[in-house]
Ligand binder design. Structure first.
Ligand code: PLP
Length: 390
């Protein structure tokens, strides 16, 4: 499936960044990284201190990387509430985790089903891997995850493809900011389990923004209880979790009661890693090790402050959108919010004429609140109006 919005996010972001350096009026709502209220890159103090504390020695590790650091990271994420069998491998970012996953388990006979709007890179990644990609609109008319349409898509896909991978991006979905409710997860498990095709239907959860969600339920405990005979692949991004974008740290975790499949994916992912990029960065993982062992409570405090910063921004933006009656997708957590439109490319260009840089997505315009200052948001109040998003 072709990308309906075939623009490169990184190029748009680059243009916005360089224009903003010359003109303070430029609003850069493109970047999926956190910037402070002076448009400066946000680094966690505790991460910077961990970098400074490193031994500055980076010997070779293995293709799977420093697995014990993966254990520490997993423990921090899951807090011990998931006790099912699992395998993990350290990767080059969340992108690298998805790459290894598709490369090791998917073929041209298989299909990935994903909701739109979505992270733009999914189209490119699956095209590159030769895996068929199908999408559906994420929300039903009640603004809930449209599991009914997903079920129809799965049923149809099973007739034409061997394996069906359902790709979810939860919590703090990019680009809407939606976080699935506990009931939606349970319903999702039930609808997949009802097919009784555990060797043909798989779940992938891209959890790149997991650290920025304050959920009212324990996702890992929920998996523990409801996974049963299914297999779930989870991908994590150290870019977002630790503001370590350039260090390229990520992790792929497979959870399954199928021990044969676990061993197979373990062997295959190590082999692919070894024969493509050899091994992941030991630098980034040493930083994470130090952080989790020696700066943990302070890091959690910084993370809370960062979430509060995002929340303060999004609350102002949401109240502006509400006042102006501009419709947006349901937001719960994370870096982005999406305003609805049927003409994303036209609106993208109109906004650009007002020096506002955004990312057009399927049926919407994504605003990265992660990179917007309150001053920027106030200027948005002067410019945005309902007519623009028709
Ligand atoms: C939804 C989503 N998944 C995965 C990633 C991967 O990030 P990285 O490869 O930097 O870890 C991103 C980055 O923007 C993302 O938005």
């Amino acid at each position: 499936m072709n990308n309906p919005i075939n623009l490169d996010t990184l190029l748009i972001a680059d243009e916005a960044r360089s224009l903003q350096k010359e003109d303070d009026d430029v609003i850069n709502a493109t970047i999926g990284s956190i910037y402070d209220n002076k448009h400066q890159f946000h680094a966690f103090e505790t991460v910077t201190q961990s970098i400074q504390a490193l031994p500055h020695m980076y010997p070779y590790t293995k293709p799977e990387g420093l697995l014990y650091v993966g254990d520490l990271w997993w423990e921090h994420l899951s807090k011990g509430t998931l006790s099912l069998p699992k395998k993990h491998i350290l990767t080059l970012g969340g992108t690298g985790a998805l790459y290894l996953l598709y490369r090791s388990v998917a073929s041209s006979k298989d299909i990935v089903i994903n909701a739109v709007p979505t992270w733009n890179n999914n189209y490119q990644m699956l095209e590159h891997q030769g895996v068929t990609y199908d999408t559906f609109y994420m929300f039903n008319k009640d603004n809930q995850y449209d599991l009914k349409t997903l079920k129809d898509k799965i049923d149809h896909a099973l007739l034409h493809h061997e394996k069906v991978f359902v790709l979810i991006n939860d919590p703090s979905h990019n680009p809407s900011g939606y976080t699935m409710k506990k009931e939606e997860w349970i319903e999702l498990f039930q609808l997949i389990q009802s097919n009784q095709l555990k060797d043909r239907i798989f779940l992938i959860n891209d959890m790149a923004y997991v650290d920025y969600a304050d959920k009212n339920y324990d996702y890992f405990a929920l998996i523990n209880e409801h996974l049963k005979d299914l297999t779930i692949f989870m991908t994590f991004s150290g870019s977002k979790a630790f503001s370590l974008y350039g260090a390229r740290v990520g992790m792929l975790v497979t959870v399954s009661n199928n021990l044969e499949l676990l061993n197979e994916i373990d062997t295959k992912t190590r082999y692919i890693a070894r024969s493509t990029y050899s091994l992941p960065s030991s630098f980034g993982f040493q930083v994470i090790e130090h952080l989790l062992k020696h700066q943990y409570n302070l890091y959690l405090k910084e993370l809370d402050e960062t979430k509060a910063l995002l929340k303060s921004r999004v609350m102002v933006l949401i109240s502006i959108l509400e006042d102006k009656k501009i419709p947006y997708l349901p937001y719960e957590h994370g870096f982005f919010i999406t305003v609805k439109t049927n003409q994303p490319l036209t609106v993208f260009h109109t906004l650009k004429e007002h020096k506002i840089f955004t990312i057009p997505v399927e049926y919407g315009i994504r605003f990265a609140i992660s990179s917007l200052t309150l001053k920027d948001i106030n200027r948005l109040e002067d410019v945005l109006n309902k007519e623009m998003f028709k």
